[in-house]
Design a protein around this ligand. Sequence first.
Ligand code: F6R
Length: 615
Amino acid sequence: MCGIVAYIGNQQAQPIVIKGLKRLEYRGYDSTGISSHDEESLHTLKTAGKVSDLEAIIATVPANTATVALGHTRWATHGVPNDVNAHPQTSNSGNLVIVHNGIIENYASLKKELQHRGFTFQSDTDTEVLINLIQDVQDKENVKLGKAVQIALSQVIGAYAIVVFDRRKPNELVAARLGSPLAIGIGDEEFFVASDATPFIEYTKNVIYLEEEHLAIIRRNKAIKIRKIEDDLEVEPYVEKLQLSLENIQKGGYDHFMLKEIFEQPKAIQDTLRGRLLSQEGVITLSSLREHENRFLKAKRILIVACGTSWHAGLVAEYLIEDFTRIPVEVEYASEFRYRNPIIYPDDVVIAISQSGETADTIAAINIAKEKGAFVYGICNVVGSTISRITHTGCYTHAGPEIGVASTKAFTTQITVIALIGLYLGKANGTLSRSQYQEYVTELESLPNKVESIFASQTYIEEVAASFETSQNCIYLGRGYNFPVALEGALKLKEISYIHAEGYPAAEMKHGPIALIDKEMPVVVIATKKGYYEKVVSNIQEIKSREGRIIAIVSKGDTQVKELADYCIEIPDSSESFAPILSTIPLQLLSYYIAVQRGCNVDQPRNLAKSVTVE
Ligand code: F6R
């Protein structure tokens, strides 16, 4: 949540920071601002709204030649999104400027103390408290900015990624992190600091991912110094090479990132499988699993922790891993798990699933599992993310950057990784016969093509979407492996179109939700051939008898459901276990077109942010 970009070097800073903020808008987009410092003075511009609104303001003021600047795009936590609460925030002296991502939990008590000492506050933000705390330390202790930041942070409870500068020393930036990510790009006599590396990929491939509780002092034309906040110990920066390219993070001719990412799924799944699945030899190579195979095979239980769409992938994992391995699996919302004193045994294996690898609740759940001695395996998309670092081992989905706020290719590639894990373990512990294993392996390899073939229905799905334009509610139904897909379909619809949608196991309808059915209620039913087809057909009959409008996802060649449903979208036939990878695709497209037809901002839905780094 919230995107930070800072620059110090020899180029004009403002355009670099603004361009970078646009790339980080997926992290929050309710207000924004920039502070830059030229030879003489500090210039701060802030506004409620998007980075494009800030650009419009910049266009009305004289051009700025500053070579150091801090920018921010916000997802409000403390204080409504308005100009005053937007970042950067400035200290009472007017000298210190900060951008912050995270939450200072003890801000109220710190604010009170500062008010006693005469500090005043313009905004409702916790960030203004932090920058004044830094000023207070500087005033009292007469220390350099880096030291003042370090002392102030030691009094703070909460999470932060910050960048600070002092207008009296505009050749220096101080950055620090705890719980929220920060990447530092090292260019030719220039440095970039950002919430992820996308703002600087065209300038440098050299990046340092700042570690938890580390602070960096970045001086113009000098080497970066990094030290631990806790004990002042200097640490050697670890410079990595970025694998991202500019093309990866552009829309590439699509109207929205979400649409691009939906269409990228055949390739994304292929990339997830690449080098890991040798179907002809019947071999799955996942080095992270091979090295720790015994931990998995001896586990009495696998616990899965995740949030949102990743939690839905976790539900699919419950079905699939139990089916393939007979190891019991439990799936938990990370946000519940972390606060409910969970029972964790040292021989449990915990799998954490996260696209961003930065979700605060999932990180907290991992830490609890580790404290209790469990072995933690991470499934992440973002390379170098916090979760990929704090888990004992894991594997990447390799889906490529997912920028649309609504998760699409992350979900299908997470399930692909889960399929690999299930197959690997099922073969290793002998619960899958050789022929079953080989059949699944062959089918897995065919999935990218099957996904591709669903896109032939794109225009039809767009037409189906038109019938939703005035809908206020929608129900999604599925059974077995398709139940998590019903939840995921409903989540996609509500988050981008603002239509209220609920997912249910189809058989649960008669225990209550059926009361909602009338001729106004669209019901999306996933009724693929393998699994509980006949049962789902009965559920469709029940809806039909109550005049509900039925949109069905069916296997190619279906005839039975076609007679009952108002609309049928066909997908290729598959085993029950891999059906979610296919059945979710038309639901993504359906939500997308409904949202577009309702005039919603698909890539930046209201109130949301892509990476939820606050709890
Ligand atoms: C929904 C969506 C969210 C995320 C959730 C977890 O489309 O994107 O529900 O799935 O915030 O995020 P990650 O996977 O990054 O941990």
